[in-house]
Design a binder for this molecule. Structure first.
Ligand code: F6R
Length: 614
């Protein structure tokens, strides 16, 4: 949430900052700004700060930044508002009262009121309603000719979370960054340096990166960087290489990222499975778990901690684990768990599941579980992300960068991780080698089956057009399809703004059926599993009350097709694998509804990817 960027080098900073912000726009897109240091005249050795801010997307900022905006060092920000309305004034960068210090901030300063009152008492006049504006003014208060020391002194006053980048007109070419709870990455270029919330902001310039940890501070200039901790001790950092290419974050021939990411799923699932199925032993190879067989054998319970779509993947995962490995398992909402004083058992295994690896709720829940002695593994997409680094091991899902705010390909890759883990655990328990082989072959075949579902896009688009003007929707499923119903409803509401509820199909008679009218369609997930008859009865109950029904079912299931008003066929397969194939029509359905309604599919209102605030 919010993206920050800094550049120090020989080139003009503004175009680099704007490009970086554009690539991070998915982190927040209600306003943005850049601030660069610029010489006070040709050949002058004194500098001032030049600032441009604008509400709206990065395109709106581009239009007001002068073409020849001088300055070879600077900072930028794309905002997802927390404190203060979406206005030009509240956009970052924020200046101190003298206009000589500028700061961009991602996070929330919890004690900002007290700090603001204290600074106002000392004569500071605040220009914005943000919590963040206390930072440049605190830096100014402590500044005695050294920006690094002043930032350190300012940080000692802050409670809350931050990733920040600060510049001072009197220290040309230097940027001071610090992190506590919000990500910050250093990019090492050739005679130039970058600082950003996310590697995507600088991938077109460098692949050499250094991830900062909480409590660390960095000073960069064009010649390099220096990192210290809160006690001012030097911290040695490892330089890492980003493994993906620029093409992975470009749209290519697709009209938007969400469509690209939906259609990439055969390959992204393949990557998640890549080399991890052991056909010889009919098991899975998950070396990243860092757990030997003895320790795995001792696990008596699995608990998933996650938010949103990742939580839905966790719900499928625990259903599968329970069914296959006969291990008690549950999936908890991180935002609830972190404040619940949870009971942590030593023989339990905890999975923090997160596409971004930066979700604040999941990260803080992970830390709380670790504090209580829990063994936490990560299932993450973003390599080097905070959750991935703070877990004791885990599974990278390798979907590649997911840019659209609504998560699609990361979800199916997270499923792949859970299916691999379930295979591993069940083979260590009761699953026979022949049963394991059957499961392994079906898992390896998932990408081909997903391809077949994607081939049905035109029919799904036709059905979406028919229903896109509905105001309310029900998504219903049983067993492993219940979390898929939740996911389908979430996709629809977040990108089309149609109100949708995901429900366990068996629960509708306990209340939600009162909503059913000819104007409220229900989308049913009806695989040919042991619950098919029950779900079919629920469909008939809706039909009997005049509710339109769309069914996502299995090809050749004439009875379900005849009961529904509209039928989306998916390939027949081992029922345990339907979560992969039946979620895809729901992603496409939401996408085509949103398209039909003219919504901004990649950047829906009020949302942002990577939710780094509470
Ligand atoms: C929905 C969506 C969100 C995220 C949630 C957790 O499409 O993207 O619900 O799933 O914010 O994010 P991660 O997985 O990054 O922890």
């Amino acid at each position: 949430m919010c993206g920050i960027i800094g550049y120090a080098g020989p080139r003009q900073a503004a175009p680099i900052l704007l490009e970086g912000l554009k690539r991070m726009e998915y982190r927040g897109y209600d306003s943005s700004g850049i601030c660069v240091g610029t010489a006070d005249g040709a050949g002058s050795t004194s500098y001032s700060l030049a600032l441009v801010k604008k509400i709206g997307k990065i395109q709106a900022l581009r239009q007001v930044v002068p073409k020849d905006f001088p300055g070879s060092w600077g900072i930028g920000h794309t905002r997802w508002a927390t404190h203060g309305a979406v206005t030009d004034r509240n956009a970052h960068p924020l200046l101190d009262n003298s206009g000589r210090i500028a700061c961009v901030h991602n996070g929330i300063i919890e004690n900002y009121r007290a700090l603001r009152e204290m600074l106002e008492g000392e004569g500071v006049v605040f220009q914005s309603e943000t919590d963040s504006e206390v930072i440049p003014n605190l830096v100014a208060k402590y500044y005695e000719g050294d920006l690094e020391s002043a930032v350190k002194a300012a940080l000692a006053n802050l409670q809350g979370t931050y990733g920040i980048a600060v510049i001072h007109a009197a220290e040309p070419g230097r940027i001071v960054g610090a992190r506590n709870g919000s990500p910050l990455v250093i990019g090492i270029g050739d005679g130039e340096m970058f600082l950003a919330s996310d590697v995507t902001a600088m991938i077109s310039h460098t692949k050499q990166v250094v991830y900062l940890n909480d409590g660390e501070l960095v000073v960069v200039d064009s010649s390099g960087f220096r990192t210290t901790d809160r006690e001012d001790r030097h911290v040695d950092k490892k330089i890492e290489k980003v493994s993906w290419e620029l093409g992975a974050i470009e749209k290519g021939d697709y009209p938007c990222y969400m469509e690209k990411e939906i259609f990439e799923q055969p390959e992204s699932i393949e990557r998640a499975l890549g080399g991890r199925i052991d056909f010889e032993t009919a098991s899975a190879k998950l070396a990243g778990l860092n757990l030997d067989r003895r320790r795995l054998g001792e696990i008596s319970r699995v608990e998933v901690i996650a938010a949103g779509t990742s939580w839905h993947a966790g719900l499928v995962g625990v259903g599968l684990l329970e069914r296959m490995a006969r291990i008690p398992a549950s999936a908890e909402l991180a935002s609830e768990l972190r404040y619940r004083n949870p009971v942590v058992q030593r023989d339990s295994l905890y999975f923090a599941v997160s596409q971004s690896g930066e979700t604040a709720d999941t990260l803080y829940a992970l830390r709380e579980m670790q504090r209580k002695g829990g063994h936490v593994l990560g299932i993450c997409n973003v390599v080097g992300s905070t959750i991935a680094r703070e877990s004791e091991g885990g599974i990278y899902v390798h979907s590649g960068p997911e840019i659209a705010v609504a998560s699609t390909k990361a979800f199916t890759s997270q499923l792949a991780a859970f299916y691999l883990f379930s295979l591993l655990m069940s083979r260590m328990r009761d699953l026979s080698i022949s049963e394991g082989s059957r499961f392994a072959r079906a898992l390896a075949g998932v990408p081909e089956q997903v391809k077949k579902v994607l081939a049905g896009r035109d029919e799904i688009q036709r059905i979406a057009k028919k229903y896109s003007h509905s105001r309310d929707f029900l998504f219903l499923g049983r067993g492993l399809m219940y979390p898929i119903a939740l996911e389908g409803a979430l996709k629809l509401k977040e990108i089309s703004y149609i109100h949708a509820e995901g429900y366990a199909a068996g629960e509708i008679k306990h209340g939600p059926i009162a909503l059913v009218t000819p104007e409220v369609p229900s989308l049913f997930l009806v695989p040919d599993d042991e619950l098919r008859e029950k779900t079919l009865s629920n469909m008939k109950e809706i039909k009997a009350r005049g509710g339109p029904v769309i069914a996502v079912g299995v090809e050749g299931d004439d009875e379900v097709a005849a009961t529904a008003d509209d039928f989306i066929a998916t390939p027949r397969m081992d029922p345990r694998f339907y979560p992969f194939t039946m979620v895809v029509p729901l992603q496409l359905f939401a996408y085509f509804c949103a398209l039909d309604l003219g919504r901004d599919v990649d950047q829906p209102r009020n949302l942002a990817k990577s939710v780094t605030v509470e």
